[in-house]
Design a protein around this ligand. Structure first.
Ligand SMILES: *[C@@H]1O[C@H](CO)[C@@H](O)[C@H](O)[C@H]1NC(C)=O
Ligand SMILES: *[C@@H]1O[C@H](CO)[C@@H](O)[C@H](O)[C@H]1NC(C)=O
Ligand SMILES: *[C@@H]1O[C@H](CO)[C@@H](O)[C@H](O)[C@H]1NC(C)=O
Length: 291
């Protein structure tokens, strides 16, 4: 009895192994998080994408962009325009009023993936002592003819500023640099929101603005194109952060998946290991039958 059980057990393990192995091929670099494609220079598995954006994305329930001030939901990534739109769930919008909260990026993020020039920050309900109403007045600009009055009058949430003060509390349309160099406490405005694609918002009311932060990224050319053309996925060595061209689950190259060497070697290696496993399985079946 006992000697009959053992090969059966091994047989199950082997079957499991056979099913798991093809999965490993895909698990090197996942290329989707929900419905958002994850391609170079980004990666959600360590060692994928460029090291410059390492630990910046988190694919838990959704795709999140990780910053020192919090995790922001990624709405879209446009690989042609090299932009990514994120949403701060704690900021105010036309439909919800939430107390201000700093938007902080790391120094590296500020340089490699800063908010795009067509993203603006709107500081609302500023106190009369706010630096942007006094010494730093010049940091506020005219945003396509839109006014604080229009803003406070247009949306259910912003109407509260009008109602509670019976006047039009000052607001300021400004750029990322302002919130980068001055914290919300220093700026002394009780609420903020952020709007992107502002170049097309002339004559468009606040109800139809696009709320969120558009980030614009750039990466130095490290030869990823060559790797991608050879059928590989660009990644990096997690220890040295040097570039790696991932050709298959069992094969990495330094520059590109060599024709007949990289990709194919990986494939034939896998094929032969499958053959070997099938042989083992057959052997086990015979073993079980014979017993
Ligand atoms: C290939 O590189 C990736 C990313 O660095 C790593 O996760 C994987 O273990 C490497 N595979 C091999 C076979 O070295
Ligand atoms: C990923 O983001 C979610 C949502 O903010 C958070 O709950 C989770 O802890 C994060 N995971 C990591 C590894 O940062
Ligand atoms: C506007 O700011 C003042 C402080 O300057 C604050 O007392 C007031 O509650 C704010 N208004 C709203 C609607 O939060």
């Amino acid at each position: 009895m006992a000697s009959r059980k053992q090969p059966l057990f091994n047989f199950n393990i082997l079957i499991l192994f056979l099913f798991l192995e093809p999965l490993q091929v895909h698990s090197v670099c996942r290329n989707f998080c929900n419905n958002i494609p994850i391609n170079y220079p980004f990666g959600i598995d360590d060692g994928c994408g460029t090291p410059q954006f390492r630990h910046m994305l988190n694919c838990s329930t959704d795709l999140f962009f990780i910053t020192p001030s919090g995790n922001y939901k990624v709405q879209t990534i446009d690989y042609n325009k090299k932009t990514l739109v994120i949403f701060d769930p704690a900021m105010s919008t036309c439909s919800i009023l939430q107390p201000h909260h700093d938007f902080v990026m790391t120094d590296i993020q500020s340089v490699t993936i800063p908010p795009s020039p067509d993203t603006i920050f709107v500081l609302m309900n500023c106190s009369i002592d706010s630096p942007v109403l006094n010494h730093y007045k010049s940091l506020c600009f005219n945003f396509a003819g839109h006014s604080c009055d229009e803003l406070y009058g247009a949306c259910t949430s912003f109407k509260l500023f009008h109602l509670l003060s019976n006047t039009t509390p000052p607001c300021c349309f400004t750029s990322y640099n302002t919130v980068k160099f001055m914290s919300m406490n220093i700026l002394d405005c009780s609420h903020y929101t952020s709007v992107y694609n502002v170049d097309s918002l002339k004559g468009v009311g606040p109800l139809d603005w696009l709320y969120g932060i558009k980030l614009s990224y750039s990466v130095p050319d490290t030869g990823c194109e060559r790797c991608a053309k050879s059928g590989g996925t660009c990644g990096f060595d997690v220890e040295t952060e040097g570039m790696v061209c991932i050709c298959s689950a069992s094969n990495n190259a330094t520059i590109q998946c060599g024709a007949g060497i990289g990709m194919n070697a990986g494939k034939s290696l896998r094929a032969s290991s499958l053959l070997f496993e099938s042989f083992l399985v057959l052997l086990l079946i015979f073993h079980v039958i014979l017993l």
